[in-house]
Design a protein around this ligand. Structure first.
Ligand code: SAH
Ligand code: SF4
Length: 398
């Protein structure tokens, strides 16, 4: 006896499709390309995902769309509001996985911190996401779907609605440049006039330094760039950011400078992120070395006091060391800001995002063991693991 499959063919999720991909989709249906613009506006400006409500589309086409397509954002399973206005979303992405997205209001600015992967394979020694291991890349629908869900929660959709999300930073869970195509498509939707219409100066990709992907970035987007540097020399950066062993500081900064130089607006600067950890990278000589290292590069520097989490024995920089570090950089002529910790009461700060990662690397297991060993030996830093060759796979558009 033969058993025939009764499963319907999978529907195409229109949520994550760029304008070009949506046009190709309508082409494949034998429909006019301008339908792409209509659907983009319905989904990303009006917040409408039910084809039946897309009233400028004919009934027969709406019926056809319902059969072959859907527009679905990942589901918000939990939401926490901090006393300081920060809001954290836990977003389910299937297979026992969930990612976190954080909204941080600050005066008339509202920044959404978006995740790009379930966990992260790069395992920086000070990062909670890295300690959770890695499961998979998020799809473009799951990345832009975080923006969609946040916009919905703030009633931001529709004509005349107040825009609460003014900035997006790709600084949630994961390394955006290891999920290149989906991240680029999503950032371009954030900046697209038919979608969220954010200025290219208000969308930022943050990377720990996947140089081959960074070399390609300028061909696909002109968003802002932040480099997670955290150390002024290779010996120290090798310990904190293991991918540095593969792509050392000089390579990374040269590639980042090429990206910035290639942007049409000549006065744009990249952001250097430097997480300050007590007694590790916070000494005056580190600040002087950093000032020397960056002197030929258009940068502003953002100092991030290390945010503790329970698998790390690193400590937050002292206020004295923080101020001293900042002053040295200011005296050397750099615009240098300190990122204030927000959402403390809901674990929403940088590097504390953990979500739920069904870890395929078994790293989370290893760290549980390492943590016990550490407790026994009273060592004060988490041992750094090398990046596996297989962890660093890169795909490009086109
Ligand atoms: N993978 C990307 C983006 C996500 S991390 C990157 O590394 O750039 C976003 C920022 O938070 C990075 O600058 C990262 O170094 C910083 N960060 C990670 N863990 C942190 C912690 N425990 N305390 C403070 N900042 C942290
Ligand atoms: Fe990954 Fe960034 Fe965390 Fe490093 S700091 S482990 S690259 S998310």
């Amino acid at each position: 006896m033969t058993v025939e499959s009764t499963a319907a063919p999978a529907k195409v999720n229109l949520m994550g499709l760029s304008q070009a991909k949506l046009e190709a989709f309508f082409d494949s249906l034998g429909e006019k390309r301008f339908r792409a613009t209509q659907v983009l506006k319905w989904i990303h400006q009006m917040g409408v995902t039910d084809f039946e409500q897309m009233t400028n589309i004919s009934k027969p086409l709406r019926d056809k769309l319902s059969q072959v397509a859907e527009a679905v954002a990942p589901e918000v399973v939990n939401q926490w509001d901090s006393s300081d206005g920060t809001r954290k979303f836990l977003i389910r992405v299937g297979g026992g996985n969930a990612v976190e997205t954080v909204y941080i209001p600050d005066g008339d600015r509202g920044t959404l911190c978006v995740s790009s992967q379930v966990g992260c394979s790069l395992d920086c020694s000070f990062c909670a996401t890295g300690k959770q291991g890695f499961n998979r890349d998020l799809t473009a629908a799951e990345i832009i779907g975080q923006v969609w869900q946040a916009a919905k929660s703030f009633n931001q959709f529709g004509v005349g609605a107040q825009r609460k999300i003014t900035n997006v930073v790709m600084m949630g869970m994961g390394e955006p440049l290891l999920n290149f195509d989906n991240v680029v498509d999503s950032m371009n939707l954030m900046m697209h006039d038919n979608c969220y219409g954010l200025s290219k100066r208000r969308v930022t990709l943050s990377t720990s330094g996947v140089v081959p992907a960074l070399d390609k970035l300028g061909e696909y987007t002109d968003a802002c760039l932040a480099i997670s540097l955290h150390a002024p020399n290779n010996a120290l950066r090798n310990e904190l950011v293991p991918i540095n062993k593969k792509y050392p500081i000089e390579m990374l900064l040269a590639s980042a400078k090429r990206y910035i130089d290639g942007l049409p607006d000549v006065r744009r600067k990249m952001t250097i992120e430097y997480t300050l950890i007590d007694q590790v990278n916070d000494r005056p000589e580190h600040a002087h070395e950093l000032a020397e290292l960056l002197k030929e590069i258009p940068v502003k520097i953002n100092l991030i006091p290390f945010n503790p989490f329970n698998l790390s024995n690193y400590k937050r920089v002292s206020n004295n060391a923080l101020r001293r570090f900042q002053q040295i950089l200011i005296d050397a002529g750099y615009t240098t800001t300190i990122r204030t910790t927000r959402g403390d009461d809901i674990d929403a700060a940088c590097g504390q995002l953990a979500g739920q990662v069904n870890d395929r690397t078994k790293r989370s297991q290893r760290y549980k063991i390492d943590k016990n060993a550490l407790d026994a030996s009273n060592a004060d830093i988490i041992p750094v693991k090398l990046v596996d060759e297989a962890d660093v796979s890169i795909t490009f558009n086109g």
